[in-house]
Design a protein around this ligand. Structure first.
Ligand code: PLP
Length: 396
């Protein structure tokens, strides 16, 4: 697989184990973006000339690819800058329109800051309450970790209006059984957002089967470009929401006498000139992912992760993770280990992974996170095994 990714041609020794932060790009994604810019690039939706129409077609085709990838309708797919903007859009638009003082929003202890802080802003502004699904058991290294579903059930009250939950912890790789959480939320008429930022690349996602109201992800973790993300929302919900930003194609009519009217979704939430080339690149990344045997790829990534978990002398944080291995070591700080690995041309991530509340709960300042992508192979695993042994010899 490495041969499909030009970065490895130009960095032949690179062992890239940081795909959860951002994945590398296959040549076809890079070429498709180049093709737009070198052949017909223009602004979309407005021009009557051939190049503008061609670019508009390619942009809308990318939307259709995203829609079919997650089993949504095209009007339910809004292009954003990334998962962070998608969540901010929902909190800001849906939240301000539908929540009032003392209403409750439930998140989990696994959430990325992008799914915590926007809610905290609303807590300050409107006086809503944030409730947090805790871990099921007291944390012990080298054991499984999961969210406490019974605690979630017991925290629901008539004031609970929203559940905003990740499918996969970006810090640990733990998978959340979201089907169970969504079904329970729906019994109580709670609106649900799923953060699929980490999971979307590893598994098939079907928003209709999930029956979530919103789902968000970023292009750059799916072998696509940065600067582009997706907000899926049920059409009737999106069309009931006020605009998030204004200007450009989201406007139907502006009058200084009678005021302004707005288009329906998706244009309603795509103010200004969008990330045109990036959206088209994301469409190609989806073609790329669709061309893979996804079960086989996932199985291989899981096998490689299991091998990493067997490395001696490290404490695995959440042994039930699948494509990410997060660990600490009593002989070295995460930053020191990651720096020594970087010196050996091995890219991993160290720190809190934008999940400080989770780190606080686990009682660690940070972890070393190894995250796998489609290009990783047995050789990479041998290299990281050797490199961790070296770190141990230097630091202990
Ligand atoms: C679970 C999760 N949610 C949200 C985000 C934010 O994504 P982005 O930075 O692409 O907006 C990330 C990024 O690491 C993530 O892993």
């Amino acid at each position: 697989m490495k041969e499909l990714f030009p970065i490895f041609k130009n960095n032949s020794d690179l062992v890239f184990l940081d795909s959860a932060a951002s994945a590398q790009k296959p040549a076809i994604v890079i070429e498709s973006m180049n093709k737009v810019m070198t052949n017909y690039y223009s602004n979309i939706h407005r021009g009557l000339y051939k190049q503008s129409q061609q670019t508009t077609e390619a942009y809308e085709e990318a939307r259709a690819k995203v829609a079919s990838f997650i089993n949504a309708n095209e009007n339910e797919v809004v292009f954003t800058r990334g998962a962070t903007e998608s969540i901010n859009l929902v909190v800001s638009s849906w939240g301000r329109a539908n929540l009032k003082k003392d209403d409750e929003v439930i998140i989990s202890i696994f959430e990325h800051h992008a799914n915590i802080v926007p809610w905290q802003i609303l807590e300050k502004e409107l006086g809503i309450k944030i409730k947090v699904i805790p871990l099921k058991n007291k944390f012990t290294p080298n054991e499984d970790i999961e969210l406490d579903f019974e605690a979630f059930k017991s925290m629901i009250t008539p004031k609970t209006k929203f559940l905003s939950l990740t499918r996969m912890s970006n810090a640990l790789g733990t998978i959340v059984d979201i089907e169970k959480f969504i079904a329970e939320a729906k019994k109580h008429n709670i609106t649900v957002l799923i953060d699929a930022c980490q999971s979307i690349v590893h598994e098939k996602t079907n928003v209709k089967e999930l029956n979530c109201d919103f789902l968000v992800f970023s292009g750059h973790k799916l072998y696509g470009p940065s600067g582009i993300g997706v907000l899926y929302g049920k059409e009737e919900i999106l069309n009931s929401m006020p605009p998030y930003q204004t200007g450009g194609d989201m406007i139907e009519k502006v009058s200084l006498k009678t005021g302004t009217t707005f288009h329906k979704s998706p244009a309603r939430f795509e103010a200004g000139t969008p990330a045109i080339v990036e959206a088209i690149g994301l469409g190609t990344a989806i073609d790329f992912v669709n061309s893979l045997n996804r079960e086989e790829v996932f199985y291989k990534e899981k096998e490689l992760a299991n091998r990493i978990k067997e490395i001696e002398g490290i404490d695995i944080i959440g042994t039930n993770s699948e494509t990410i291995v997060s660990f600490t070591a009593n002989w070295g700080a995460p930053d020191d280990i990651a720096t020594l690995l970087a010196n050996q041309n091995i890219a991993v991530r160290a720190g809190h992974h934008c999940a400080m509340p989770l780190m606080e709960e686990l009682g660690v300042s940070g972890t070393v996170r190894i995250s796998l992508g489609i290009y990783n192979d047995e050789k990479d695993i041998e290299k990281i095994e050797e490199a961790i042994k070296k770190c141990f010899n230097i630091l202990s």
